[in-house]
Every structure is written in structure tokens, then in C-alpha cells.
Design a protein around this ligand. Structure first.
Ligand code: ACO
Ligand code: LMR
Length: 609
């Protein structure tokens, strides 16, 4: 799209953003919405480490903005995007700005960074000049074309932009050095005229990429702009170039200008204000000298910033009275949807949540487990048993219970490569699958026959006890139902080859628990089943389950309702799954370390019937 030479931006202008200033991009798009633009003002973002598509709001809708690797890719994909807004740091902005200036599609380059070496900036200025490009900045917020295009964060908060009538064009052209004061001027001009058509902050460096005179004479050629306003500052000689431009006829429209920093003369020493270029010292660069020189050249110069607005108004009213300024079409700004997070924080909206969580929270500075910061678990040397207590039971468990949990994790961590879970994890790892897939494959074997009999064991033993039936009756009932008693029986362990893990759990319970009625009951069942067959022992699942029912019911830590709820919900298979994950991961790593190839089961180990 070819625009007149005096027009850098219009309602169809699109920018390529360098670096990833997510908030600034969103603010540009918010301005687009408020101004009623149809095309987003951001075409794409150049950010090599996050290539893809990035979600942004355009009004209340969500849009995807491409993120590409290089400037060349950006202009290949978006050849009409002729504005390059460079948010790179002062260390790298020179290189990206240079590349953008050398790119045939880019017409205007804006450099936001402050602190670029002046020698580098001067190279960029020359390059821009040689290639007939516009360079705005460095050290600038950019500028605004009212109702058309916003550069990055220019104009401040959206409320201020709307109050300053930036959502629709007026008839005043503004050039400032300072970005902050440009917002102040937008407001001042809106209060004293019909608002700005375009405002540019050339930036606070000693060598701005484009000067007051460059922009004022460009705006002078714009028939929509009827008067010019300029806010300079102490230091530099840009204001004298305005005088030159007036003298040689590049600026013919009325100019109202003020140079800030008049207080510098009150200091006995040189004064450096915020900007690199705002330095007092040279008399001709003082606010007083520059204001006087501009006044002598026909610029309307107020007495101070206080009557800057009044002078602007006088000129505007005069032009209006002469019929030189048409009425603006007062377009209402499109309402910007409120941020949901902001409204929620302010208590202005409510929404039924989809998920409830009572065990942890990561919204604050530090995530918590059951309201306790994670660091406290570390500083108080709480073990994994305590963490499980808080995350599973929402309680600080006494040492004997958290100790029990830790013992269970140790005892169930692994039982060699032959057991179902390890075997599956090994086969999966050897099929080339990653650690998590292999782990999940192993975990999925945990169930009623292998490692996952704890919950049902707890439920059956607790129920039998509650009903007061004898172990004999219980065994008969289960046999009649055709259900193997969960927690009883083992493939290789028996009375002759006892399971040490079971012995250790029993010993722990005997030493630490107040009462063990459920364990005692399970052992009575075992007496009867092992009398029939020596491998029908109380197995590791069964002994852990029975002990945990005793913890839940008789430790005094849980209410009867809580105890029953946990038995009913089924929490204990989690203990085996957690413990066994340690061993499964070990087996997976072992296979990967050993570079084991694809597993194929031996034919001679399969009965082909
Ligand atoms: N309750 C009652 N009788 C049983 C039980 C049991 N839990 N387990 C086996 N039997 C009986 C069978 O009915 C069968 O009797 P029969 O000879 O009169 O027909 C006999 O014992 C052998 O049965 P199998 O199924 O061949 O026994 P196996 O040794 O293969 O079973 C297993 C081992 C799967 C663990 C089995 O005992 C069982 O299902 N137990 C319940 C589930 C359980 O606790 N699993 C966890 C084991 S520990 C772990 O995986 C970490
Ligand atoms: C285990 O802990 O994995 C074993 O008790 C199961 C088995 O089959 O040996």
C-alpha cells in the first residue's frame, strides 16, 4: 500500500515487532479495537526462540499473531507491513534496526531502546537518510496517529488515550522529544483543540533518528494537519532546525512551541535532566535561548508551560474562525472489554469455577502444600511421609504414621525385573519408548492381582470386622462368592519362604501402633488360608492395607467418618503405585543404560495351541 510521503501511518498500517513485548503488542491491538480498526496493527513478531503462533485479544475475540525467526521471513510473509518497531535491548537494537532499514519493505523504523552508542545511532541515521527511510528514536516511546495507529505503549493507559481523543483524528500535528510529555501534550491539545492528528516523540538521545524539523515539515505537507505543536527540551539544537525550516518554507503552518528546562539557569552548575540529550551548559542550547530564537522566527512561544495550552487554543480558535479547520466527526471509542483477572480482583464479576482444590496453591509467591509453603517442609526437614500427610490427608501426621508411610515406600520400591509392572516397563523401554510412557506402562499393571490389592483388602477386612464375622465365615463367604481374598496369596512367597517385607511391616505395627485389630484379624485369616496352602500368606499388599485400616481407625488422628471415607474412596493403592514408581524408573533407566534392543518373547516360551 502506497501512502503519501507525509503519512507514516494510517488505519491499514501494520507493524513488524522485534523482540517479544507481549504487553506492548496487546496495547497496540487494544488501541486498534478502540479506534475501530479492522486490521490488527501488528502483522507479526520476530522472536527466534518462540517461533509459531501467539494468542492475543483483538477486542473480545482472540487472534493468532505469527512469531517468526528473522526479519526477512517477516517481510516475506507480510510485505505490506512497512513499520518496524524494535523492542530489542540497547545491545542488539543497532543490528536489528540496521537490517530493517536495509529491508526494501520497511519504511519506518522505531527504536525504543535507550542507551545505544551514539556512534551506532549516527550510522543508522545515515543509513536511513541514504535509503530514504524514517527512523524514530532511539530512546522513544514512539508516537500515535490518532484513530489509526499506535506505536507500542505510546499514549499511556487506554483511559488517558480516550480522554485525549486519540481514538479519532483531530487537526493538530505534535512533535516532542519526551515520550512521557507526549502523553501530557495529547491531553493538553485535546483540551484546547479538536485533538491531534499525529504525535511523534523523537526520543531523548543526543542524536535522534529523525528531528523536530523532519517531522514538523512532513506534517506541514499533510493537508489534514492545520497547525503544529512542538515541545522541546534543554540541550541539543533541534529547535534551531525548526527555525531553518520556517525560513526556507518547509514549515508554513502556525507552530506553537515551548522548550522545557528553563529552571536549568537557576543551577550554578551544568544540569543533566532525564534524557541523554537534555543537558544544560551551552548557552545557545538553553531553554531561554531556544525559546527566544523560535519566538523571533515567528513561532508562537508561551511564557511558560502553564500557558502553553492557552497559546495552542488561540491559534486553533483563530484557524477555526477563519474556516480553515473542518468539524471533526466525533466517533465514540469502541469499548475495550475489561480484563477478566482485573475484574475478578476488583470483585466485579463472579463465575462458578470448574475445578475445586483444597490441597495446594501456586498463586502466591511460593506454592504451598495444604497452606504450608514448600520451603517450610525443607527448613523443618519434613520427610516425604509428612508431604504425603498434607497432600493426601490434609494433616500433619504424627511421626509413627509418616514413618510408616516412608517404610512402605522403601519396602515396595522394587521387587526385581520379573514382576508384572517391572516386566511391562522393561518391555516398553526396550520398544524405544520414553521414560514416562514406560513408567505409565508399568504402572498400568498395578491392579487386583498385582500390587493393587490394598484398597480391596482394606475394605474386606474392615467390613468383616465391622460385621463381627469370624475369619472362618469370612473365608467361606469369599469362597462362595468366588473372590480371592485381596491381600492373601503370593506367587513365590509362602510360609516356607516368608516375605521379609511383611515381617518388617508387622514389626513396625507392633512397635508403634496403639491397637492393631485389623492386622490381627488378617493374620487369623492367614492362619487358616496357609493351613490349606502354604502360599496363601498375608502378602505385602494385605499387611500394609490391614495396618493402614488400624492407623485410620485407632491412631486417634482421623475421625471415624474420615477413616471410613478413606477406606471407601480407596487411597492405599496409591502407596504401592508411589513406591513402585521408584523401581520402575530404575528398571527403565537400567534398560536404556544397557542399550537393550527390542524385546521379543521367545517362541519356546509360548504354548501354540
Ligand atoms: N484367597 C483365597 N484363595 C486363594 C487366593 C486368595 N487370595 N489366592 C489363591 N487362592 C487359591 C485359589 O483359589 C486356588 O485354589 P485351588 O487350588 O483350590 O483351586 C489356589 O489358591 C491357587 O490359586 P492361583 O490363582 O493359582 O494362585 P497364585 O499363586 O497364582 O495367585 C495371586 C497369586 C494372584 C497373588 C493370588 O493369590 C491372588 O489373586 N491374591 C489376591 C490378590 C492379591 O493380594 N494380590 C497382591 C499380591 S502381592 C503383590 O502383587 C505385590
Ligand atoms: C512385588 O512386590 O512386586 C511382588 O510381591 C509381586 C510378585 O509377583 O512377586
Amino acid at each position: 500500500m502506497i501512502r503519501p510521503d507525509y503519512l507514516l501511518f494510517d488505519r491499514t498500517s501494520q507493524a513488524i515487532i522485534n523482540n517479544f513485548p507481549k504487553k506492548a503488542v496487546q496495547r497496540m491491538l487494544d488501541f486498534d479495537h478502540v479506534a475501530g480498526r479492522e486490521l490488527p496493527s501488528v502483522a507479526c513478531i520476530v522472536y527466534p526462540s518462540s517461533v509459531g503462533l501467539e494468542k492475543f485479544f483483538f477486542g473480545s475475540a482472540e487472534i493468532l499473531i505469527p512469531v517468526v525467526k528473522t526479519i526477512a521471513e517477516a517481510t516475506d510473509q507480510f510485505p505490506d507491513a512497512d513499520v518496524f518497531i524494535d523492542f530489542a535491548s540497547y545491545r542488539s537494537a543497532y543490528y536489528s534496526a540496521r537490517e530493517a532499514l536495509e529491508n526494501e519493505h520497511i519504511r519506518t523504523v522505531v527504536i525504543i531502546a535507550e542507551g545505544i552508542a551514539e556512534r551506532r545511532t549516527r550510522e543508522l541515521i545515515k543509513l536511513a537518510h541514504d535509503r530514504d527511510k524514517w527512523l524514530i528514536g532511539p530512546s522513544t516511546v514512539g508516537g500515535v496517529s490518532a484513530g489509526a495507529f499506535r506505536i507500542g505503549d505510546s499514549g499511556g493507559a487506554m483511559e488517558c488515550m480516550i480522554a485525549s481523543q486519540l481514538h479519532r483524528p483531530g487537526h493538530v500535528g505534535l512533535v516532542t522529544k519526551s515520550g512521557g510529555l507526549s502523553s501530557e501534550c495529547y491531553n493538553l491539545i485535546a483540551n484546547h483543540t479538536d485533538g491531534i492528528f499525529e504525535g511523534i516523540a523523537i526520543g531523548g538521545d543526543l542524536y535522534p533518528g529523525s528531528s523536530f524539523a523532519d517531522h514538523l515539515s512532513r506534517m506541514n505537507r499533510n493537508p489534514e494537519i492545520k497547525m503544529l505543536v512542538c515541545l522541546g527540551e534543554v540541550g541539543g539544537s533541534g529547535e534551531y532546525e525548526i527555525i531553518e525550516a520556517i525560513k526556507d518554507g518547509r514549515i508554513t503552518k502556525p507552530v506553537v512551541a515551548w522548550v522545557t528546562g528553563s529552571c536549568a539557569s537557576l543551577f550554578t552548575t551544568e544540569v543533566q535532566f532525564g534524557h541523554a540529550g537534555a543537558k544544560s551548559g551551552v548557552e545557545s542550547e538553553s531553554s531561554q535561548a531556544k525559546n527566544a530564537a523560535m519566538k523571533a522566527a515567528g513561532v508562537i512561544v508561551p511564557h511558560s508551560f502553564d500557558d502553553f495550552g492557552d497559546r495552542i487554543k488561540e491559534v486553533f480558535d483563530e484557524l477555526k474562525a477563519e474556516g480553515n479547520i473542518p468539524d471533526v466527526v466525533d466517533i465514540a471509542p469502541h469499548e475495550l472489554p475489561e480484563e477478566f483477572a482485573k475484574m475478578t480482583k476488583a470483585g466485579k464479576v463472579r463465575r462458578a469455577s470448574s475445578i475445586v482444590c483444597t490441597i495446594s496453591d501456586d498463586r502466591g509467591e511460593e506454592a504451598t502444600y495444604n497452606k504450608i509453603p514448600i520451603s517450610q517442609f525443607v527448613s523443618e526437614s519434613k520427610g516425604i511421609g509428612s508431604v504425603i500427610g498434607h497432600l493426601w490427608f490434609k494433616k500433619e501426621l504424627p511421626a509413627e504414621i509418616s514413618g510408616f508411610i516412608e517404610k512402605v515406600l522403601v519396602l515396595t520400591a522394587d521387587h526385581g525385573p520379573a514382576v508384572s509392572g517391572a516386566h511391562n516397563a522393561i518391555v516398553t523401554a526396550r520398544a524405544g519408548k520414553d521414560l514416562i510412557s514406560s513408567l505409565v506402562s508399568g504402572l498400568l499393571t498395578i491392579g487386583p492381582r498385582f500390587g493393587g490389592a490394598l484398597d480391596e483388602a482394606a475394605q474386606y477386612f474392615a467390613d468383616a470386622l465391622d460385621r463381627g464375622i469370624s475369619p472362618e465365615v469370612f473365608i467361606k463367604e469369599m469362597k462362595d462368592k468366588g473372590i480371592p481374598i485381596p491381600g492373601i496369596g503370593h506367587r513365590i512367597k509362602s510360609t516356607k519362604n516368608p516375605d521379609t517385607r511383611v515381617t518388617l511391616v508387622k514389626e513396625y505395627a507392633a512397635k508403634h501402633f496403639k491397637k492393631t485389630p485389623t492386622l490381627n484379624y488378617a493374620l487369623q485369616v492367614e492362619q487358616l488360608t496357609t493351613a490349606k496352602k502354604s502360599n496363601l500368606i498375608l502378602n505385602v499388599d494385605g499387611v500394609i492395607a490391614a495396618c493402614f485400616v488400624d492407623i485410620l481407625r485407632y491412631s486417634g488422628v482421623f475421625t471415624p467418618a474420615e477413616a471410613n471415607e478413606y477406606i471407601e474412596i480407596g487411597i492405599l493403592n496409591g502407596l504401592f503405585a508411589l513406591g513402585r514408581s521408584i523401581g520402575l524408573i530404575g528398571h527403565i533407566l537400567d534398560q536404556k543404560r544397557l542399550k537393550q534392543g527390542l524385546y521379543r518373547h521367545a517362541w519356546d516360551d509360548i504354548a501354540y495351541i
